[in-house]
Write a protein that binds this ligand. Sequence first.
Ligand SMILES: C[S@@+](CC[C@H](N)C(=O)[O-])C[C@H]1O[C@@H](n2cnc3c(N)ncnc32)[C@H](O)[C@@H]1O
Length: 203
Amino acid sequence: MFNKLFQNTCKPRGLGGKMILKMMNSGHARLSDWGLKHLQLKNTDHVLDIGCGGGANISRLLESCPDGFVAGIDYSEESVKCSRKKNMDHIGKNCEIRTGNVSHIPYRDERFDIATAFETVYFWPDLYENFKEVRRILKPEGYFMICCEEGDPVNDKWSEKIEGMTVYSIIQLADILKSAGFAVVQKDEKQNGKWICLVGMKK
Ligand SMILES: C[S@@+](CC[C@H](N)C(=O)[O-])C[C@H]1O[C@@H](n2cnc3c(N)ncnc32)[C@H](O)[C@@H]1O
């Protein structure tokens, strides 16, 4: 039963999806706070959160960028619904949440200062192509932050349970970022390399 429920981390659907989204909003709070410390967010920044899930990270970004703009995309309708509900006071003002796949981000070239990806790259279909797509929507010298709670590919505790999940090491992610046209400006680990955070700057 739990295994079935956890499939929803990949693409939340229905009632199980709703439950997982709520759990992730609270369960990922410490990781997100740690990850966000690696960015120097400005009041006026325009930020895109990719794979926004239940929308808690959009709320955090809105707090840090009150005079900017925060968008979220997710390919799950359930995630989009939950993120919109969580951030409803901002929607139509300084926030927009759309259904969208990282393979084809529904925004024009150089639209954002910063892009974030919390707990989601495990499920992306082609990291090299997807990182190039993230690079496309960033301004020159814009930043792309990746933050994961699982950074040890040898530990298959979750990847064994969740279909379509691949755990990458910090080295693997840094190499792909570099080949996709980013300079890796931050690489950090916590919990003995379990939590990882990388920041790439668009070259
Ligand atoms: C484990 S959840 C993490 C949600 C949120 N970022 C957080 O930290 O709580 C992964 C999310 O990424 C989304 N996702 C996975 N692959 C995606 C893709 N190719 N394009 C857009 N969203 C994707 C899923 O639908 C899900 O909402």
